[in-house]
Design a binder for this molecule. Structure first.
Ligand SMILES: *Cc1c(COP(=O)(O)O)cnc(C)c1O
Length: 302
């Protein structure tokens, strides 16, 4: 049985000292252990839909995606079917699913594989044939449906600002689709700088993503790109080292997005308006399978 209760409690903000520098971390990862923090924010508007109005959620993306697992929980709680499209997977993963994929399948997610060559073409036609009782969620939840929940996050950040009596400060969050950072910049006042870093692709790709959701006149987050382009989710010794050091300082972050953002924050620390507030978007459930990649690549000993 799946627990269908979900209370959207406000996340706490904690002081965090790392490598001799002071930060604050908003613990969106702790709102509900089942959900990756910002995915819960992004799916917020879907939680508020009536269970009977829909029967199925359809989405697509990576086979270990945090968004995928969060949607699988959402669907299970709502009593909706969940159909998820991935590119043809390697045999070893198909035969013995791990990590987020394993859990999503346990939640009865229906996994459908499509050929690499025609993947996005296929997704386009699937999207066009969505019926009235189905919800289509683009990869990573990069859609206007995410706006409502991120607005709530922005409001909580403003409450924190009031309680601390600060005026201007900086909010940091790494970008996959860039949706979280974009809507934070939209809903926070000009006195708050929103900084991010492209974990998928590069600054150009992030701008292209933003162009799909951005409204004329709305502010854009500031992109920090000192690290340079690196393939998504590919192990890097600097990521592992940063992740371990953060963990030793008291907080476990995800191993795919967070290290890159923290590297950028360390590089540019002096230039930020303080205090600096990092949004912990969860994703820790993906660490198990990602650590396996590090071991497989010989970057980490068992
Ligand atoms: C999905 C995710 C992100 C990226 O969020 P976007 O809104 O797609 O930019 C960042 N951090 C973690 C841990 C995530 O799971």
């Amino acid at each position: 049985m799946i627990e269908t209760d979900l209370t959207f409690k406000k996340s706490e903000v904690e002081p965090f000292r790392w490598r001799g520098r002071d930060f604050f971390v908003k613990r969106d990862d702790l709102i509900d252990p089942r959900f990756s923090g910002n995915k819960l924010r992004k799916l917020y508007s879907l939680f508020k839909l009536k269970n009977d109005d829909f029967c199925r959620v359809v989405s697509y993306g990576g086979a270990q995606s945090n968004a995928m697992l969060s949607i699988a929980y959402l669907a299970a709680m709502k009593g909706w079917e969940f159909v998820y499209y991935v590119k043809k997977m390697p045999k070893w993963l198909e035969n013995s699913p791990t990590g987020n994929l394993k859990r999503a399948l346990e939640l009865k997610m229906e996994l459908r594989q499509l050929p690499h060559e025609s993947f996005y073409e296929n997704i386009e036609s699937i999207k066009e044939s969505i019926s009235n009782d189905e919800i289509f969620v683009p990869q990573g939840g990069a859609a206007s449906i995410a706006s409502e929940g991120v607005k709530v996050l922005a409001e909580e950040i403003l409450e924190w600002k009031e309680s601390r009596g600060v005026d201007s400060f900086t909010v940091a969050t790494p970008s996959g689709t860039g949706t979280t950072a974009l809507y934070l910049a939209k809903y926070l006042p000009k006195s708050v700088d929103v900084v991010t870093t492209p974990v998928v692709g590069d600054a150009q790709i992030l701008h292209a993503q933003w162009a799909k959701l951005h409204k004329e006149g709305d502010p854009l987050p500031k992109i920090l790109d000192g690290f340079g382009k690196h393939p998504f989710a590919k192990p890097h010794p600097a990521f592992l080292e940063t992740w371990i050091s953060l963990k030793n300082s008291g907080i476990e972050f995800d191993l795919i997005y967070a290290p890159r953002m923290w590297i950028e924050l360390e590089l540019a620390y002096e230039s930020f308006r303080k205090p600096l507030l990092y949004i912990h978007s969860g994703g820790v459930s993906g660490n198990e399978s990602q650590l396996d990649h590090y071991i497989f690549k010989g970057l980490l000993k068992t």
